[in-house]
Design a protein around this ligand. Structure first.
Ligand code: COA
Length: 403
């Protein structure tokens, strides 16, 4: 079986931009292919993660982005599972290369969320929830996750200040990430004094509304050898961590699970689908949770990071909130993993359809020693968890290894 290898990565600016989705994509693609071959000479197929046509009144994103990449007569399609769309694109690309159907597949994601303001984004995101009862009762993404947070805090004696530490840690990481939307530190008081969006979640517990795009080229080893993981750029390469000098990143685990849509029918504090997907990714790669050095998990709201740390097997039940602590200060049973070194969705930004691929961009930078001031020394193994809908309505887990 060919090894699905990450040949190139790129991202656009993240935040509120004047650019339409197609131009955000072009920026991500240009970075990924900088110094490499022309996309038209390499790419056999395209998958586009994209959440909603409501932002730009645009569907046909497969065709549009293939065309924008200079490709003709290739298979190209949009995939969606709300915020897991980017990782679904990645999963499809990995599958196509592993099975030998294609030699090189472009997984990309794009979202122009700010086009309709916060109200437009809130409406678009609400479409990810169960319609018959939940949408009609006025639920929003923050209010759904607030229910999980209420239950988590109640069951495990976790405080709002504990959750706030996750936001503080992720903003601190983002301050060292030139790709991040919010490159600034915050403190606990700022989080606690920010306005409630849906109690106990406040402004700084929430990921922002973000424009952005990402592009990840998955290829077999032959094609990948034509690239130098150019997405990280020459400047970053000069800062490379000598303990993390890999020049290839393989996707050795790839799994997608769906659970259920309605919040009424789920365990609010156990993200079962994420646990199953992570375990399947570990099994495919032949690794264990304790082997993972860095993880990008779906912290759309601070409580998500805590829940996913537990589901991924990094933390005992009820202690996931300690992800903000230094490894030596965490409870017994925790691994040494560093979570959301990019700043996570919370501070790097959450351009819905791009997020699963932005996670891969960070993992590549970590595994090739090009993460600058946020570099985790000796990082060799990374886990990505990307979710769509409420918690594990759809979960994708990918295991990446430095080679
Ligand atoms: N974290 C930190 N700062 C944020 C922020 C966030 N999530 N959202 C906005 N801000 C900042 C803005 O930069 C702006 O700062 P400035 O005044 O210094 O420029 C200020 O807060 C107001 O921004 P605005 O866009 O007017 O905020 P808002 O009240 O309209 O929206 C939220 C805030 C939290 C409601 C919105 O970001 C949101 O809905 N987030 C959740 C998105 C979501 O559900 N994603 C899917 C999850 S699966």
């Amino acid at each position: 079986m060919p090894t699905a290898t990450i040949a190139a990565v790129g991202s656009s600016e993240l935040g509120k931009t004047d650019l339409p989705g197609r131009d955000l994509f072009s920026a991500a693609l240009a970075e990924a292919f900088e110094g490499g071959p022309d996309p038209a000479d390499v790419v056999d197929a395209v998958y586009v993660g994209n959440q909603s046509e409501s932002y730009e009144n645009q569907i046909m994103y497969g065709t549009l982005l293939a065309e924008w990449a200079g490709l003709r007569n290739v298979p190209a399609e949009r995939v969606e599972a709300c915020a897991a769309a980017g990782a679904l694109a990645l999963k499809n690309a990995v599958r196509d290369v592993r099975t030998g159907v294609h030699d090189a597949v472009l997984a990309c994601g794009v979202e122009k969320m700010t086009a309709g303001g916060t109200e437009g984004a809130t409406n678009a995101l609400s479409a990810a929830f169960e319609r018959a009862l939940e949408q009609r009762s006025g639920i929003t993404a923050p209010s759904q996750y607030a229910m999980l947070a209420q239950r988590y805090c109640h069951d495990f004696d976790v405080s709002e200040a504990d959750l706030a530490e996750i936001a503080v840690k992720n903003h601190s990481n983002a301050a060292d990430n030139p790709r991040a939307m919010f490159q600034r530190e915050i403190d606990t008081e700022q989080v606690l004094e920010s306005d409630y969006v849906a109690p106990p979640l406040k402004l700084f517990d929430c990921a922002p509304v973000t424009d952005g795009a990402a592009a990840v080229l998955i290829a077999n080893e032959d094609v990948a050898s034509e690239f130098g993981l150019g997405g990280a750029g020459d400047d970053a390469a000069t800062d490379a961590d000598p303990d993390t000098d890999a020049d290839t990143v393989a996707v050795t685990g790839s799994s997608v699970m769906v659970n259920n849509l309605a919040v009424a029918e789920r365990d609010l504090t156990f993200v079962e689908g994420a646990q199953i997907a992570a375990n399947e990714a570990y099994d495919q790669a032949g690794v264990e949770a304790a082997d993972v050095d860095v993880a990008e998990v779906h912290d759309a709201f601070t409580v998500c990071e805590a829940l996913l740390a537990e589901a991924a097997g990094f933390a005992p039940e009820g202690t996931g909130v300690e992800s903000a602590m230094e490894p030596e200060d965490r409870s017994e049973g925790w691994t040494d993993v560093r979570i959301n070194t990019s700043g996570g969705l919370k501070a790097r930004g959450h351009a819905i359809g791009a997020t699963g691929l932005l996670q891969a961009v960070e993992a590549v930078e970590q595994l090739t020693g090009q993460a600058g001031d946020r570099q985790v020394e000796g990082a060799e193994t990374a886990l990505l968890i990307n979710e769509g809908g409420l918690a594990d309505a759809a979960t994708a887990a990918h295991l990446l290894e430095a080679r």
